[in-house]
Ligand binder design. Structure first.
Ligand SMILES: [Ca+2]
Length: 353
């Protein structure tokens, strides 16, 4: 038993080294961001610097780009991305340059503006469509639906009621959003870990693309350069229009916090309109920054729908926005809703260019 109680000399050395290291870390003076400040692109932030540090020696950088810093004020670039940013600070202490990382949570500068809508008219929407994706190509409306083993893609003309093509998906598939890019249709699965690029005409699969950084598949839309994908998190991912691979992401943010649950998406000018899962609101997001610039309250629509056997109070929520270019109106619906609402949305408070 005696042997077990004996402390090995190497252990003593290790203990000494570890204690030595710990106390060295504790002694290092700190540079920190003062609490309670609003942090947004272009903001000047107050920095606290330990009195043992030579204030002249302090510098800050993001991705090796030096930031403006003087008199305890750090000026953020106007084009800094919203979201969590890693800032490196360097300073001199005891004649040595030290380096520390700070996490900066950057939010939108302004409060979202309330955006008004006007109801133009209504159309029929099939109550067995559990809407996950909705997008116009001319007068043809492409809709993808969800439900395990029940998902399908359909193309129809809401003005005439003509259904042009329907494709049921495999039993293992829970379908999600779609977007039509030229002659291809990008389509998501929810939790199968991949999306599919399809022939726009017959919906046949051409190739698939994997989710790598993103969690799941929720909504899709696109502009001339990118496909935008929501995944239930606070991010909107930018994907390649060639192969659906993930390029980078935006962080969805108000002036106070990051927002999760962006669902079906629709691009309009510089904005991404986004349903919020299980809410009656649509977020208007700046597609370049991720800032929520506006909010559209659509709570009055669900009062107007007729609920049949397909309607499930928990899951039959507002979802689906599609812009009709010639009519300059938006078509919105919900999962298992019997109505497709045509709305005019007044973006003038946001001064769209
Ligand atoms: Ca859409």
């Amino acid at each position: 038993m005696k042997a077990h109680l004996r402390i090995h000399p190497l252990l003593l050395v290790l203990t000494f080294l570890l204690t030595g290291c710990a106390s060295k870390i504790e002694r290092l003076p700190q540079v920190s961001i003062q609490k309670g400040q609003q942090i947004y692109p272009g903001a000047s932030i107050k920095i606290s610097v330990d009195s043992r540090i030579d204030p002249e020696s302090v510098s800050f950088s993001i991705d090796n780009q030096k930031l403006d810093y003087s008199n305890g004020q750090l000026k953020l670039p106007d084009r800094i991305s919203i979201g969590k940013q890693k800032v490196t600070t360097r300073f001199s202490y005891n004649d040595k340059m030290e380096q520390m990382s700070l996490t900066l949570s950057v939010y939108a500068r302004d409060k979202p503006i309330k955006i008004e809508t006007e109801l133009v008219t209504t159309y029929e929407h099939s109550t067995d469509y559990y809407t996950q994706g909705l997008e116009f190509d001319g007068d043809w409306l492409y809709e993808s639906t969800g439900g395990l083993g029940k998902s399908f893609i359909v193309r129809y003309n809401p003005f005439t009621g003509t259904v042009d093509n329907t494709k049921a998906l495999g039993k293992e598939i829970f379908g999600e959003g779609l977007t039509v890019v030229n002659d291809k249709l990008f389509h998501l699965t929810w939790q199968n870990g991949y999306g599919t690029i399809r022939n726009k005409k017959n919906f046949d699969s051409i190739q698939s693309f994997e989710y790598r950084g993103s969690m799941e598949g929720w909504g899709l839309t696109h502009d001339e350069n990118f496909i935008y994908k929501s995944d239930g998190s606070e991010f909107i991912w930018r994907l390649s229009q060639t192969d659906g691979s993930e390029i980078d992401y935006l962080t969805i943010s108000s002036q106070k916090s990051y927002f999760k649950n962006a669902n079906e998406l629709e691009l309009f000018g510089d904005f991404i309109l986004s349903n919020v899962y299980q809410k009656d609101n649509v977020m208007v997001i700046d597609k370049n920054t991720g800032a929520i610039v506006g909010v559209i309250d659509l709570s009055s629509l669900k009062e107007r729908i007729k609920k049949d056997a397909f309607f499930d109070p928990l899951n039959s929520v507002l979802n689906g926005i599609a812009y009709h270019k010639e009519r300059e109106t938006f078509f919105v619906t919900g999962k298992n809703w019997n109505t497709l609402f045509e709305l005019r949305i007044d973006f003038s408070p946001l001064e769209i260019k």
